[in-house]
Design a protein around this ligand. Sequence first.
Ligand code: CU
Length: 221
Amino acid sequence: MKISTLTRWIVMLLFLSWPFPQAVASTISGKVNAKGLRSAANILIYLNKAPRPEMDISSAKFSMDQQNLTFIPHVLPIPVGATVLFPNNDKVDHNVFSLSRTKKFNLGSYKPGQSQNVVFDKPGIVELRCDVHAEMLAYIMVMKTPYFAVTDAQGRFTIPDTRYLEAHGITGITDLPAGEYTLKNRHAKLKTGKQKVTVPANGTAEVELNLMRGRPSVLYK
Ligand SMILES: [Cu+2]
């Protein structure tokens, strides 16, 4: 009886002194200053040459909406292989098409309440247009890895953008292996820059990107 009580105490002491795993994940948190642009929103930020973790996209749900003669969102990043729905939630017909090398398609004219879908099987940029409304323009960024984000209205971003991924049915991408990475950006009116960032084993790497107006380079060669 005595030994068993002692054993219980030892086990309890061991348990109490055990270093609990920290709940902090390795992430990048950043802010973009876009000189010469009205807003630092809708800028794609991504890791160049990032690791490619196992990613289950079988439950992924992405959508490029059409409302009030506008594509929503303006920039939609997706992992390669994902399907995107194109619901017409407008009051008029639209004819969504792309002439981009990454994915050429033409959905034809379709009515309010109808939807179509397209699978994006190659990484790169897809520029979306509407045959009926010349002012309609949006981008689908087909990404090689889950380490991307689009800046918010204040130019802020987090990589990985777990909240964005989970909202679109992709779970399990919560952090980044520690190491040295290079951040790149893509926006139609900004020069593509590169910035080195060191991600710690447990914690957030804070970065500030100062981007200039200019011609962007291609997303992937
Ligand atoms: Cu249209």
